[in-house]
Design a binder for this molecule. Sequence first.
Ligand SMILES: Nc1ncnc2c1ncn2[C@@H]1O[C@H](COP(=O)(O)OP(=O)(O)O)[C@@H](O)[C@H]1O
Ligand SMILES: CC(C)(COP(=O)(O)O)[C@@H](O)C(=O)NCCC(=O)O
Length: 331
Amino acid sequence: MNIVSQPAETPELETGSNAEYYSPYHRFSAEEWAKFRADTPLTLTADEVQRLRSLDDPIDLDEVRRIYLSLSRLLSTHVEATQRLFQQRNRFLSLSDITKTPFIIGIAGSVAVGKSTTARILKELLARWPSSPKVDLITTDGFLYPNAVLSRENLMERKGFPESYDIGSILRFLSAIKAGEPNVRAPRYSHLTYDVLPDEYTLVDRPDILIFEGINVLQSRALPADGKIVPIVSDFFDFSIYIDADEEQIHNWYVQRFMKLRQTAFRDPTSFFKKYAAIDADAARAVAEGLWENINLKNLRQNILPTRPRADLILRKGRNHLVETVELRKL
Ligand SMILES: Nc1ncnc2c1ncn2[C@@H]1O[C@H](COP(=O)(O)OP(=O)(O)O)[C@@H](O)[C@H]1O
Ligand SMILES: CC(C)(COP(=O)(O)O)[C@@H](O)C(=O)NCCC(=O)O
């Protein structure tokens, strides 16, 4: 076990005149982390992993073994402890017939860092623990304002920035989930049409765990001028994960994915990006570079990366999307 006294990128507190540093995180190499899986069985097959991973993400059974089994074991420990505490509190208060509330896991990180693959793998693994047979996954893109609204407000170049989301709707959604309400509606987004799907919803019906994934989930808002304390999205989280990688690495993944999508999704006549399947590769690459530079990189630097120190766990990826270090917040 390797506890680092002065990590390169986590915030540090100076303690005393000798300038010793305190890190709020335990830090493990992937190999150290893998040992925490203990006897957790590998319940996914290679075919299932292939089905769950996103385009261009080379995650395989070895990576599930190395990183995700320990993670699912840790998370199920948190879920079980929370469920026990909930029951004990109810007994303490002599309350009966109290609605169980879902355990909510937030997953944050840049566009193109691989949040969707992590979320889908975790969903499958967590559903195999006896304490959490029902796991739902919702992405925050459904809570973006529709393109008609973004265009009207001149926000199409700000898609993914805090002001492009209906944050009130996110908070109402999470609050209903935490209240144990049945059939809570989550709006849906299509990457194909690049827009929210009108009148299409996913129903979330009292799962044991809800995974809530999106670039913005660890963001806080500026305090309103009237000084009222308003909730933030992560107030509803029982555990949060940030997926991290070097900026240049994510840049490459974004552009490579865009170039691959030209051969696949962009060829669909209903694709918002279909014009980029028709132009030559150099011109398409220039478009991808522009989208990265002007939207996603700016958003990463201004709004996403600054939220990393709020996560309970940081998965740091190296080349090939493989996780190299895991940082876990000290309790
Ligand atoms: N233009 C697009 N067309 C089709 N699918 C897309 C497009 N952009 C992203 N995706 C897919 O949407 C999912 C979410 O992508 P993104 O928001 O970049 O997050 P991440 O890569 O961290 O999962 C991924 O599975 C990705 O492959
Ligand atoms: C839809 C997204 C903002 C991601 O949303 P999320 O699910 O993380 O809320 C992102 O994929 C996106 O479209 N960014 C805008 C620039 C671009 O087209 O890449």
